[in-house]
Design a binder for this molecule. Structure first.
Ligand code: PLZ
Length: 448
């Protein structure tokens, strides 16, 4: 790997603190941010990034931080990954936009072909491209409603699907996503999720699925439901891995009742969980799958992939958007898919989980503040509680995050109760940074 003045994997793969965090230059820019950007756009860690790559983010003051966030599960292949840079650089010099609906280009089609091939199920599929996860979810619901002629959409407790009107409505958590932004979109219903750590009964999957199915049947009527949408691992909701058996039972119910099963793999997709898509874990074949984030290494791109007969039900001109499948983003996606394959990143995600989960479980044994350790592959989390209880402990989560940040480790919080710390390192992070990050986390947990 050649070292350049730019970011990418050639950056020194080291944690390096040369100022306090955030340093003076970042603090100055943060003051400008506060006057120029509304407070509604939050900041997890106010260091201003100048370069990134491999497992590090470099800031304006010259600090090099260990990245356990990947920009929320986006830079799975690492920032400025060489294949992505090369393709985008060539594309930007050739043409930047035509609008695929006006005069098309090959890379859009190539991305759709690839997604049709790699998403679960060997049935015939179609894919179209949009700009963000929320836009993908909106469009998946549009397709499902048109194809079924039904109005209702079912989402789950702890679900997150976006910030637009419909996707905010599908999102479970009120604060900060919904509070004051109503009225919400109609015909959205919410069902219980098989959340192993917090489900009151013993047979989590069976009980939660039975309740969900019973409520759908009684309250909505299965024949009125266009789609059920679910994240195979709830992301923003706190990395909740539904109890085994829950997803297959819901998928089976959908199939029996002509309901479109939409898997929202926006956070779980593209090797993150140690499989290309998290649905593969229980052999789920969704009717429609929404993807974004990890798809294009940070360029704005999202996709809706579904059964050909559903997708082709939509009339000509019914789907689209000015920028959807922008040529730069499509080239980036092709670079991402090549990188995942060539660098064995599916296996690498599994190996990251094999390092992280045992160390996190070891921490749980030592500290009563950790109520639960969970996740798959490079998507892991700890849930913080008041020791000896299951009471959520959001104060501990934010205090640990603060201490990690001060030591140059980027971690993110999550969870319906704000009491989850989640870990999403780039899949190309070197082992020594992974271990060093875990050591910083251990120290922070021990001090809170
Ligand atoms: N579906 C499963 O995780 C985005 C949200 C960050 P967009 N999650 C990060 C924030 O606070 O806004 C997400 C997701 C799942 C949909 C989305 C929405 O994707 O690209 O942010 O619109």
């Amino acid at each position: 790997m050649t070292t350049t003045a730019h970011g990418g994997p050639g950056l020194p793969q080291e944690r390096r603190l040369v100022t306090e965090i955030p340093g003076p230059k970042s603090r100055e820019m943060f003051t400008r941010k506060q006057s120029a950007v509304p407070a509604g756009v939050g900041t997890t860690l106010p260091v201003f990034v100048t370069k990134a790559g491999g497992g590090v983010l470099v800031d304006a003051d010259g600090n090099s931080l260990i990245d356990f966030g990947s920009g929320i599960a986006v830079t799975n292949v690492g920032n400025a990954a060489p294949k992505v840079v090369e393709r985008v650089r060539n594309q930007v010099a050739d043409f930047t936009h035509t609008c695929f609906m006006i005069t098309p280009y090959e890379s859009y089609v190539a991305v759709c072909e690839k997604l049709n091939a790699i998403t679960p199920g060997d049935h015939e599929k179609r894919t179209f491209l949009v700009n963000s996860g929320a836009e993908a979810v909106e469009n998946a619901v549009k397709v499902a409603r048109l194809a079924t002629g039904r109005p209702a959409v079912v989402a789950f407790d702890h679900g997150y699907h976006g910030r637009t009107l419909l996707t905010m409505t599908l999102t479970a958590k009120n604060m900060p996503y919904k509070q004051g932004f109503g009225p919400y979109a109609p015909e959205v219903y919410r069902m219980p999720l098989a959340y192993p750590f917090r489900w009151p009964g013993e047979n989590v999957a069976e009980e939660a699925a039975a309740q969900a199915i019973d409520q759908i049947t009684k309250q909505i009527g299965a024949g009125n439901v266009a789609a059920v949408i679910i994240e195979p691992i709830a992301g923003e909701g706190g990395f909740i891995v539904p109890a085994k058996g829950f997803l297959p039972r819901i998928a089976e119910f959908c199939k029996a009742n002509g309901i479109v099963f939409i898997a929202d793999e926006i956070q779980t997709g593209f090797a993150r969980t140690g499989q290309m898509f998290a649905c593969e874990d229980e052999g789920i074949v969704p009717d429609i799958i929404t993807t974004a984030k990890g798809i294009a290494g940070g360029l704005p791109l999202a996709a809706v992939t579904g059964r050909a007969e559903l997708m082709d039900a939509v009339h000509a001109g019914g789907l689209g958007g000015t920028y959807g499948g922008n040529p730069l983003a499509c080239e980036a996606a092709l670079g991402v898919l090549e990188t995942i394959e060539e660098e064995g990143l599916v296996e690498r995600a599994r190996a990251i989980g094999d390092v992280m989960l045992p160390r996190l479980r070891g921490l749980q044994e030592r500290f009563g503040i950790i109520g639960d350790v969970r996740g798959r592959g490079a998507m892991t989390a700890i849930e913080l509680v008041v020791p000896g209880t299951k009471d959520p402990n959001p104060a501990a989560a934010s205090e640990i995050a603060k201490r990690c940040h001060a030591e140059g480790l980027v971690v993110l919080t999550a969870g319906t109760y704000g009491n989850v710390l989640r870990f999403l390192p780039p899949l190309v992070i070197p082992d020594h940074l992974l271990e060093e990050g875990l050591t910083i986390l251990e120290k922070a947990v021990s001090e809170v």
